[in-house]
Write a protein that binds this ligand. Structure first.
Ligand code: KPL
Length: 321
């Protein structure tokens, strides 16, 4: 089994480094030639926040290829995996062209994106593929093109996306090979038929925590430090719950508690959106709160707080003319 990972950001580096170290055959597709050269020279270094010694996977063991070469250079056999760790922006803008030659292929594709709507897009692009969606709480922070911090051990749940019962049985064995490889690399991964619910759960948690931490430039735990902050969180939460109710999306009543728990458990961490703002990168606001607004429009629910926060975050990352 070969695992091709598209996207050498924090999660891509963490998975590529960990899987390669555990003996999987991995190839990492990067946006730039420079990053490929840096990875071939320096390898991948994974460090930890709990005081464990960093590990380094040597450059000679890392196969890094510029993603521009993907359509010509991507070979596939039935048990292989393509893993997408790019954000939704590049997924929507760049991947349609890259994946076009694979339209008829029955490849196995695993997606690890925040937000919602990308699986539907991938299904349109790759009608014959075995698509899997994943939700992960694995914490990863990219420090440089070759260095990543494993900022918190999490769990990854993987679910087959929209296939019939008989197909499910034949693909289960292939999926088990991937979860086994991830487990060997020290990642806790399991199959689940609840992944869609988990995606919506994570979407709501991200839609509350991420933009507020980005606007106020605070670590996650500080959201709990004042009643004003908590009331803004509550507003975003309640609007999102009305949208889910109107769309018939099952939503556990404990989700508010879950949001508070994530703030406590990741108290010192910067959310991915704040990290993007600080690094002047495009944020995922459009795919997170934007997805909620899209669902709200479909169901006729008003979401003024989400619309407002989207404009705030977008305003922070506008480039000067
Ligand atoms: O998933 C997260 C992110 O930073 O993207 C957290 C902060 C854990 C929840 O919003």
């Amino acid at each position: 089994m070969r695992i091709d990972i598209i996207g050498a950001g924090s999660l891509g580096l963490l998975l590529a480094g960990g899987l390669t170290r555990a003996g999987s055959r991995v190839r990492l597709w990067c946006r730039s030639e420079e990053q490929c050269a840096a990875l071939s020279e320096s390898g991948i270094t994974i460090s930890y926040e709990d005081g464990r010694q960093p590990i380094r996977i040597s450059g000679s063991d890392i196969e890094a290829v510029p993603v521009g070469r993907f359509p010509q250079a991507y070979p596939r056999s039935p048990g292989d995996w393509l893993v997408l760790t790019v954000k939704q922006g590049p997924l929507r803008h760049r991947l349609p062209e890259l994946l076009a030659p694979l339209r008829e292929s029955e490849l196995n594709l695993l997606c690890l994106q925040n937000g919602w709507g990308h699986m539907e897009l991938l299904r349109e692009l790759l009608p014959a593929a075995h698509l899997y969606a994943a939700v992960t709480t694995e914490g990863a922070k990219r420090e440089s093109p070759v260095r990543v911090v494993h900022a918190g051990k999490g769990q990854t749940f993987i679910g087959l996306w929209g296939e019939s019962g008989t197909e499910r049985n034949t693909t289960a064995a292939t999926a088990a090979q991937l979860t086994d490889a991830l487990a060997l690399a020290g990642f806790s991964a399991a199959m689940s038929n609840q992944v869609e619910t988990m995606i919506f759960r994570k979407l709501l948690i991200n839609a509350v925590i991420n933009p507020l931490t980005a606007v106020w430039r605070i670590p996650n735990g500080e959201l709990l430090s004042s009643s004003l902050r908590m009331s803004m969180m509550r507003e975003l939460y309640e609007e999102a719950v009305s949208v889910y109710d109107a769309c018939g999306i099952a939503c556990e009543s404990s989700l508010w508690e879950d949001i508070l728990e994530v703030c406590r458990a990741t108290a010192g961490n910067l959310s991915s959106m704040l990290a993007d703002v600080l690094a002047s990168r495009e944020t995922e606001i459009g795919w997170i709160n934007g997805s909620l607004v899209e669902l709200a429009e479909r169901s006729g629910v008003e979401v003024p707080a989400h619309r407002w926060i989207i404009r705030m975050v977008e305003g922070m990352t506008v480039k000067e003319r």
